[in-house]
Ligand binder design. Structure first.
Ligand code: SF4
Ligand code: SF4
Length: 185
C-alpha cells in the first residue's frame, strides 16, 4: 500500500514535539558533576604497605601497563640461631593509564589486597606521559577509595581485625602493669 502523502513528515514532527517537551538528560559537565556509583572504575589506588612485590598483577595485566621494580634484602633471623630470610623491597610501582583498559584483573588477582578501585576519574592530562602514575601518586589515590561495605550482621570478625584488637589489648594491659602507671587514668 502506498504511504499517505505527508505521513512521514507528520511522524517526524511528532517525534520532534515529543522530544522537545521531554526533560533534558544532558548534564553540563564539568559544571554538573555526574552521580557515579561508589565502586566506579575511575583510577587504581595502591596500598603500598600491603604489597609484597609478588608481581602477579604485572604478569596478569593484559595490557602490560604495570611496571614494578624491586630488589631483595636480607633480614635477620626471627629467632637466635635461625636462618636469615630475604624479602622483596619495592623500588618502583607504576601504572600507565594511557594503556589501561580498566578490566580490573590486577585488582582481582592481587592476593594481598594492595590494589583498589577509586571512583576518581578527573585526571586527564595534556601530555600522555603524565598518565603514568608512579607509586606516590597511586598511594595518594587510596584516600579517595570508599570504605569497604559493612559486614553482614552476625558475620565472623575478619582475622586481621581480631589480631589487631588482641595486640592493642595486650599493649594496653602491658602499659597498665608498668610501674608508675597506677592512678594515672
Ligand atoms: S585494570 Fe586491567 S589493564 Fe588496567 S592495569 Fe589493571 S590489569 Fe592492567
Ligand atoms: S599482585 Fe598485589 S602484592 Fe603482588 S605485586 Fe601486585 S599489588 Fe603487589
Amino acid at each position: 500500500m502506498a504511504p499517505i502523502p505527508g505521513s512521514g513528515l507528520a511522524k517526524g514532527l511528532a517525534v520532534t514535539l515529543r522530544t522537545m517537551t521531554r526533560k533534558s538528560v544532558t548534564a553540563q559537565y564539568p559544571d554538573t558533576q555526574p552521580e557515579l556509583p561508589p565502586r566506579s572504575r575511575g583510577v587504581i589506588g595502591l596500598f603500598e604497605e600491603n604489597c609484597t612485590v609478588c608481581m602477579l598483577c604485572a604478569r596478569e595485566c593484559p595490557d602490560w601497563c604495570i611496571y614494578i621494580d624491586s630488589h631483595k634484602e636480607t633480614v635477620p633471623p626471627a629467632a637466635p640461631g635461625g636462618r636469615e630470610r630475604s624479602r622483596n623491597v619495592l623500588d618502583r610501582f607504576a601504572i600507565d593509564f594511557s594503556l589501561c583498559m580498566y578490566c580490573g584483573i590486577c585488582i582481582e588477582v592481587c592476593p594481598f589486597d594492595a590494589l583498589f578501585w577509586s571512583p576518581e576519574f578527573e585526571y586527564a592530562e595534556t601530555d600522555i606521559r603524565d598518565l603514568t602514575h608512579e607509586r606516590d601518586k597511586l598511594r595518594e589515590w587510596m584516600w579517595t577509595v570508599p570504605a569497604p561495605p559493612a559486614l553482614d550482621p552476625g558475620a565472623e570478625e575478619p582475622k586481621e581485625v581480631a589480631a589487631a584488637r588482641k595486640t592493642a589489648e595486650k599493649l594496653a594491659a602491658a602499659q597498665a602493669d608498668e610501674p608508675g602507671q597506677e592512678g594515672r587514668a
